[in-house]
Design a protein. Structure first.
Length: 263
Protein backbone atom coordinates (compact mmCIF):
# COMPACT_ATOMS: atom_id res chain seq x y z
CA UNK A 1 0.00 0.00 0.00
CA UNK A 2 1.45 3.39 -0.98
CA UNK A 3 1.30 6.49 1.23
CA UNK A 4 -1.60 8.11 -0.61
CA UNK A 5 -3.75 5.01 -0.38
CA UNK A 6 -3.01 4.66 3.34
CA UNK A 7 -3.91 8.28 4.07
CA UNK A 8 -7.08 8.10 1.98
CA UNK A 9 -8.22 4.97 3.79
CA UNK A 10 -7.70 6.69 7.14
CA UNK A 11 -9.47 9.81 5.84
CA UNK A 12 -12.48 7.71 4.86
CA UNK A 13 -12.48 6.06 8.30
CA UNK A 14 -12.26 9.43 10.05
CA UNK A 15 -15.11 10.81 7.92
CA UNK A 16 -17.27 7.77 8.58
CA UNK A 17 -16.74 8.09 12.35
CA UNK A 18 -18.03 11.68 12.22
CA UNK A 19 -20.83 10.72 9.80
CA UNK A 20 -22.05 8.13 12.31
CA UNK A 21 -22.37 10.82 14.97
CA UNK A 22 -24.19 13.46 12.92
CA UNK A 23 -26.43 11.08 10.94
CA UNK A 24 -28.35 10.22 14.11
CA UNK A 25 -29.08 13.86 15.02
CA UNK A 26 -32.49 15.46 14.62
CA UNK A 27 -32.95 19.01 13.31
CA UNK A 28 -32.36 20.51 16.74
CA UNK A 29 -29.18 18.48 17.13
CA UNK A 30 -27.79 19.78 13.83
CA UNK A 31 -28.37 23.33 15.11
CA UNK A 32 -26.32 22.76 18.28
CA UNK A 33 -23.73 25.51 18.74
CA UNK A 34 -20.08 24.44 18.57
CA UNK A 35 -17.00 26.12 20.09
CA UNK A 36 -16.39 27.94 16.77
CA UNK A 37 -18.10 31.33 16.92
CA UNK A 38 -21.42 31.41 14.98
CA UNK A 39 -20.91 27.84 13.75
CA UNK A 40 -23.34 25.10 14.67
CA UNK A 41 -22.90 21.43 13.77
CA UNK A 42 -24.49 21.97 10.34
CA UNK A 43 -21.96 24.74 9.66
CA UNK A 44 -19.08 22.42 10.54
CA UNK A 45 -20.30 19.77 8.08
CA UNK A 46 -21.01 22.38 5.38
CA UNK A 47 -17.43 23.60 5.75
CA UNK A 48 -16.05 20.09 5.26
CA UNK A 49 -18.23 19.59 2.18
CA UNK A 50 -17.22 22.91 0.67
CA UNK A 51 -13.52 22.30 1.28
CA UNK A 52 -13.77 18.89 -0.37
CA UNK A 53 -15.45 20.52 -3.36
CA UNK A 54 -12.79 23.24 -3.46
CA UNK A 55 -10.09 20.56 -3.50
CA UNK A 56 -11.74 18.81 -6.45
CA UNK A 57 -11.93 22.17 -8.26
CA UNK A 58 -8.28 22.88 -7.46
CA UNK A 59 -7.19 19.53 -8.88
CA UNK A 60 -9.06 20.30 -12.12
CA UNK A 61 -7.48 23.78 -12.28
CA UNK A 62 -10.39 25.09 -14.37
CA UNK A 63 -12.56 28.19 -14.23
CA UNK A 64 -14.17 27.21 -10.91
CA UNK A 65 -10.80 27.12 -9.20
CA UNK A 66 -9.74 30.38 -10.84
CA UNK A 67 -12.86 32.07 -9.44
CA UNK A 68 -12.30 30.62 -5.98
CA UNK A 69 -8.69 31.78 -6.00
CA UNK A 70 -9.72 35.35 -6.87
CA UNK A 71 -12.30 35.39 -4.08
CA UNK A 72 -9.81 33.95 -1.59
CA UNK A 73 -7.24 36.60 -2.44
CA UNK A 74 -9.73 39.25 -1.37
CA UNK A 75 -10.72 37.68 1.97
CA UNK A 76 -10.03 34.00 2.59
CA UNK A 77 -11.44 34.04 6.13
CA UNK A 78 -14.61 35.75 4.99
CA UNK A 79 -15.01 33.33 2.07
CA UNK A 80 -14.66 30.27 4.31
CA UNK A 81 -17.15 31.67 6.82
CA UNK A 82 -19.62 32.69 4.13
CA UNK A 83 -19.59 29.32 2.40
CA UNK A 84 -19.97 27.41 5.66
CA UNK A 85 -22.87 29.52 6.93
CA UNK A 86 -24.61 29.48 3.57
CA UNK A 87 -24.16 25.74 3.15
CA UNK A 88 -25.62 25.10 6.60
CA UNK A 89 -28.93 26.69 5.60
CA UNK A 90 -30.39 23.56 3.98
CA UNK A 91 -32.17 20.59 5.54
CA UNK A 92 -29.83 18.25 7.46
CA UNK A 93 -30.53 15.30 5.14
CA UNK A 94 -29.60 17.39 2.11
CA UNK A 95 -26.42 18.63 3.77
CA UNK A 96 -25.38 15.14 4.85
CA UNK A 97 -25.95 13.87 1.31
CA UNK A 98 -23.82 16.71 -0.06
CA UNK A 99 -20.97 15.92 2.32
CA UNK A 100 -21.08 12.23 1.44
CA UNK A 101 -20.89 13.05 -2.27
CA UNK A 102 -18.12 15.61 -1.82
CA UNK A 103 -15.86 13.37 0.20
CA UNK A 104 -16.33 10.47 -2.22
CA UNK A 105 -15.46 12.79 -5.11
CA UNK A 106 -12.41 14.01 -3.19
CA UNK A 107 -11.03 10.50 -2.75
CA UNK A 108 -11.67 9.64 -6.41
CA UNK A 109 -10.01 12.88 -7.53
CA UNK A 110 -6.90 12.49 -5.40
CA UNK A 111 -6.41 8.89 -6.53
CA UNK A 112 -6.43 10.10 -10.15
CA UNK A 113 -3.87 12.91 -9.79
CA UNK A 114 -0.74 11.95 -11.77
CA UNK A 115 2.25 11.01 -9.66
CA UNK A 116 4.58 13.96 -9.15
CA UNK A 117 1.83 16.54 -9.73
CA UNK A 118 0.97 19.24 -7.24
CA UNK A 119 -2.45 20.68 -6.51
CA UNK A 120 -2.81 24.46 -6.14
CA UNK A 121 -4.37 25.64 -2.89
CA UNK A 122 -5.04 28.73 -0.79
CA UNK A 123 -1.57 28.21 0.65
CA UNK A 124 1.38 26.50 -1.06
CA UNK A 125 0.58 23.83 -3.71
CA UNK A 126 0.44 20.30 -2.31
CA UNK A 127 0.99 16.75 -3.46
CA UNK A 128 -2.07 14.48 -3.43
CA UNK A 129 -0.77 12.79 -0.28
CA UNK A 130 -0.25 16.12 1.49
CA UNK A 131 -3.70 17.26 0.40
CA UNK A 132 -5.27 14.05 1.72
CA UNK A 133 -3.43 14.56 5.01
CA UNK A 134 -4.71 18.14 5.21
CA UNK A 135 -8.27 16.94 4.60
CA UNK A 136 -7.88 14.32 7.32
CA UNK A 137 -6.57 16.99 9.71
CA UNK A 138 -9.57 19.22 9.03
CA UNK A 139 -12.04 16.35 9.36
CA UNK A 140 -10.45 15.32 12.65
CA UNK A 141 -10.43 18.88 14.01
CA UNK A 142 -14.02 19.65 13.08
CA UNK A 143 -15.04 16.28 14.49
CA UNK A 144 -13.57 17.43 17.81
CA UNK A 145 -15.77 20.55 17.60
CA UNK A 146 -18.87 18.44 16.93
CA UNK A 147 -18.10 16.06 19.78
CA UNK A 148 -17.46 19.01 22.12
CA UNK A 149 -20.80 20.53 21.14
CA UNK A 150 -22.62 17.28 21.95
CA UNK A 151 -20.69 16.61 25.15
CA UNK A 152 -19.21 13.43 23.69
CA UNK A 153 -15.69 12.03 23.87
CA UNK A 154 -14.27 11.08 20.46
CA UNK A 155 -12.82 7.62 20.02
CA UNK A 156 -9.05 8.01 20.08
CA UNK A 157 -7.27 6.16 17.29
CA UNK A 158 -3.77 6.10 15.85
CA UNK A 159 -5.12 7.97 12.82
CA UNK A 160 -4.18 11.02 14.84
CA UNK A 161 -0.60 10.43 13.68
CA UNK A 162 -1.48 12.14 10.40
CA UNK A 163 -2.52 15.28 12.29
CA UNK A 164 0.67 15.10 14.34
CA UNK A 165 2.76 14.83 11.19
CA UNK A 166 1.10 17.85 9.61
CA UNK A 167 1.55 19.76 12.85
CA UNK A 168 5.27 18.96 12.88
CA UNK A 169 5.73 19.82 9.20
CA UNK A 170 4.02 23.21 9.59
CA UNK A 171 6.25 24.39 12.44
CA UNK A 172 8.04 26.94 10.24
CA UNK A 173 4.76 28.12 8.73
CA UNK A 174 3.30 28.73 12.20
CA UNK A 175 6.25 30.95 13.15
CA UNK A 176 6.08 32.88 9.88
CA UNK A 177 2.32 33.33 10.24
CA UNK A 178 3.05 35.19 13.47
CA UNK A 179 5.82 37.26 11.92
CA UNK A 180 8.55 35.28 13.69
CA UNK A 181 11.78 34.01 12.09
CA UNK A 182 12.04 30.32 11.23
CA UNK A 183 12.74 28.31 14.40
CA UNK A 184 15.55 25.92 15.13
CA UNK A 185 14.98 22.17 14.84
CA UNK A 186 12.55 20.66 17.35
CA UNK A 187 12.39 16.93 17.98
CA UNK A 188 8.84 15.64 18.51
CA UNK A 189 8.36 12.46 20.55
CA UNK A 190 4.75 11.45 21.16
CA UNK A 191 2.71 8.52 22.43
CA UNK A 192 -0.13 7.37 20.17
CA UNK A 193 -3.46 6.17 21.64
CA UNK A 194 -2.35 2.55 21.10
CA UNK A 195 0.74 3.18 23.22
CA UNK A 196 3.08 3.11 20.21
CA UNK A 197 5.69 5.84 19.92
CA UNK A 198 5.65 8.40 17.10
CA UNK A 199 8.65 10.62 16.46
CA UNK A 200 9.63 13.33 14.02
CA UNK A 201 12.87 15.26 13.56
CA UNK A 202 16.41 14.94 14.84
CA UNK A 203 16.67 13.09 18.18
CA UNK A 204 19.79 15.13 18.87
CA UNK A 205 17.97 18.47 18.69
CA UNK A 206 18.28 20.69 21.76
CA UNK A 207 14.57 21.50 21.71
CA UNK A 208 12.01 18.75 22.28
CA UNK A 209 8.22 18.48 22.47
CA UNK A 210 6.94 15.31 24.13
CA UNK A 211 3.69 13.90 25.45
CA UNK A 212 0.39 12.64 24.06
CA UNK A 213 -0.02 12.54 20.27
CA UNK A 214 -3.73 13.19 20.73
CA UNK A 215 -3.02 16.28 22.82
CA UNK A 216 -0.41 17.46 20.31
CA UNK A 217 -3.04 17.20 17.58
CA UNK A 218 -5.45 19.21 19.71
CA UNK A 219 -2.79 21.87 20.10
CA UNK A 220 -1.70 22.19 16.46
CA UNK A 221 -5.35 22.42 15.36
CA UNK A 222 -5.93 24.99 18.14
CA UNK A 223 -8.75 22.95 19.69
CA UNK A 224 -7.30 23.25 23.19
CA UNK A 225 -5.14 25.70 25.11
CA UNK A 226 -1.71 24.29 25.83
CA UNK A 227 -2.27 24.62 29.60
CA UNK A 228 -4.95 21.91 29.35
CA UNK A 229 -2.75 19.39 27.53
CA UNK A 230 -0.26 16.67 28.38
CA UNK A 231 2.64 18.23 26.50
CA UNK A 232 6.13 19.09 27.69
CA UNK A 233 8.38 21.60 25.93
CA UNK A 234 12.13 21.43 26.49
CA UNK A 235 13.99 24.49 25.21
CA UNK A 236 12.83 28.00 24.25
CA UNK A 237 12.07 27.11 20.62
CA UNK A 238 9.83 24.21 21.62
CA UNK A 239 8.13 26.35 24.25
CA UNK A 240 7.42 29.15 21.79
CA UNK A 241 6.17 26.69 19.19
CA UNK A 242 3.49 25.33 21.50
CA UNK A 243 2.21 28.89 21.85
CA UNK A 244 2.11 29.48 18.06
CA UNK A 245 1.37 26.00 16.67
CA UNK A 246 -0.98 26.01 13.67
CA UNK A 247 -1.39 23.14 11.21
CA UNK A 248 -4.06 24.83 9.07
CA UNK A 249 -3.63 27.38 6.29
CA UNK A 250 -4.69 31.00 6.65
CA UNK A 251 -4.06 33.72 9.23
CA UNK A 252 -3.32 32.81 12.86
CA UNK A 253 -6.42 31.82 14.76
CA UNK A 254 -7.28 33.07 18.26
CA UNK A 255 -7.20 29.55 19.65
CA UNK A 256 -9.17 28.44 22.69
CA UNK A 257 -9.07 29.83 26.21
CA UNK A 258 -7.85 27.61 29.06
CA UNK A 259 -10.52 25.46 30.65
CA UNK A 260 -12.19 26.99 33.65
CA UNK A 261 -10.88 25.53 36.94
CA UNK A 262 -13.18 23.08 38.68
CA UNK A 263 -14.52 24.08 42.09
Amino acid sequence: MNKLTAVLEDLEAESLALDTVVASLDEEGWRTATPAERWDIATQIAHLAWTDEATVAAAAQGSSWAQLSREAEQDITGLVDQEALQGAGVAPAELLSRWRRSRAALVETLRAVPEGSRIPWFGPPMSPTSMATARLMETWAHSVDVHDALGLEPTRTDRVRHVALLGALTRGFAFRAHGQPDPDEVFVSLTLPSGAQWQHGDPGAADVVSGSAYDFALRVTQRRHRDDLDLVAKGPGADQWLDLAQAFAGPPGPGRAPAAPVG
